[in-house]
Ligand binder design. Structure first.
Ligand code: PXP
Length: 253
């Protein structure tokens, strides 16, 4: 024992949706998100995340099945709160499911899930997924009402939406980090596991990586975009190193 506390580790889930986007815009069979997942895992990803959208604009059903079949790390499947998606998840049995809001015209997931006010719809879905042995996460804004409601409907995890933090500038950045810190403390106090993600890049990830009680970050677009220029292996390693550097010396919460 050196007496020096070990640095915290935050898991990195790599979202490969936009590898599939590149394939779908041409209607061809490359690049393959399954191959990208394999490379990401070899480069240090702790998990792979895919969002099977209702409009199937990027990830397809067969991608999820193939990734599930060959993965040596955990699979996190993002879905909308619909009976169709819950049935698919129960059949494929990813390790984790993250329920996200979905609007057809949006470019990406805008804002967190409205858990408060929709408890009667969400609670049975959370239960059905949990009964299939799936750990259920809800993607929520750092808002105390949504976190309390997530706990009330039986979720095990909340993924804090970092999109607003990524969009603001100046003094508003510190405000957004404060909201995320408060939300992480609140969720942890209720016994929820705390994840975070959306819009994160090597330039903005550090303050989020240092959130108290943070278990996992899910990062997609910036890693895939960077992979176009420097390769998937280098892009995942760069993000991993940035997160680890942010945590070096940070005390465990
Ligand atoms: N977490 C959730 C719940 C998401 O919906 C997304 C986007 O699919 C991400 C993380 C990753 O966001 P980004 O692609 O901006 O890194």
């Amino acid at each position: 024992m050196s007496g020096i506390p070990a640095a915290r580790r935050v898991l990195l889930g790599v979202n490969v949706d936009h590898v599939a986007t590149l394939r779908q815009v041409r209607g061809v069979d490359y690049p393959d998100p399954v191959e990208a997942s394999r490379v990401a895992v070899q480069a240090g990803a702790d998990g792979i995340t895919v969002h099977l959208r209702e409009d199937r604009r990027h990830i397809q059903d067969h991608d999820v099945e193939r990734i599930r079949g060959g993965l040596t790390v955990k699979l996190n499947l993002e879905i909308a709160a619909t009976d169709e998606m819950v049935a698919i998840a129960r059949r494929i049995r990813p390790d984790d499911v993250c329920i996200v809001p979905e609007r057809r015209a949006e470019l990406t997931t805008e804002g967190g899930l409205a858990v408060a006010g929709n408890e009667r719809t969400l609670a049975p879905m959370v239960r059905a997924l949990a009964e299939a042995g799936i750990r259920v996460s809800l993607f929520v804004d750092p808002d105390p009402q949504q976190i309390a409601a997530s706990h009330a409907v039986g979720a095990t995890v909340v993924e804090l939406h970092t999109g607003r933090y990524c969009e603001v500038s100046g003094a508003a950045v510190a405000d957004e980090i404060r909201h995320l810190v408060d939300a992480a403390e609140h969720a942890h106090g209720l016994g929820l596991v705390v994840n975070a993600g959306h819009g994160l890049t090597v330039a903005n990830v550090a303050p989020v990586a240092r959130l108290p009680h943070l278990y996992e970050l899910n990062i997609g677009h910036a890693i895939v975009a960077r992979a176009v220029l420097i390769g998937m292996t280098a892009a995942v390693r760069e993000m991993r190193a940035t997160i680890d550097a942010a945590l070096a010396g940070a005390a465990a919460p």
